[in-house]
Design a protein. Structure first.
Length: 152
């Protein structure tokens, strides 16, 4: 009998219920230290320890953007999917909503201002074509007039 190859993935979760490892893989893309700095800069860090601290709420809001058609509960489940078996906070939908309102939009706006911009360098192959920067828009459909009310 032939052996099947198996890919084993190890996830190292930091200690404590509010540790960076408890908000999923987004921390690998948007650095936890950057989120902390943005919260400090915008004055939106909570004044007391909550079950849903501001950094967790920021990552939750980012995940809502990735999974825009999913419910709060589904997005939260996706955010922590790799952490089964750990004692995680399981907030209600109303708690998630209140936490988003409490944190506000300022940290997300500041994160965007910090992170948005071209990825490819000027000299990188494929970054420019005929003097214009090449771009890709993933998962988005653009329509130029088709389907608009009154369009002929």
């Amino acid at each position: 009998m032939q052996e099947k190859p198996v890919i084993v993935r190890t996830i190292e979760a930091a200690g404590g219920v509010h540790a960076p490892g408890h908000v999923g893989e987004l921390t690998e893309i948007v650095d936890f230290a950057l989120v902390d700095a943005v919260l400090e800069e915008t004055g939106t860090r909570e004044r007391r320890l909550r079950r849903l601290p501001s950094p967790v709420v920021v990552y939750f809001a980012l995940a809502l953007g990735l999974f825009e058609h999913d419910s709060y509960r589904t997005v939260r489940s996706k955010l922590v999917a790799g952490l089964e078996g750990l004692a995680l906070v399981r907030p209600s939908v109303s708690s998630l909503s209140r936490a988003r309102r409490r944190t506000g939009v300022a940290p997300l706006r500041r994160l965007f201002e910090t992170l948005a911009g071209p990825v490819a360098a000027r000299g990188q192959a494929g970054a420019f074509s005929r003097g214009l920067r090449t771009v890709a828009v993933n998962g988005t459909r653009w329509s130029a007039g088709a389907g608009r009310a009154g369009a002929a």
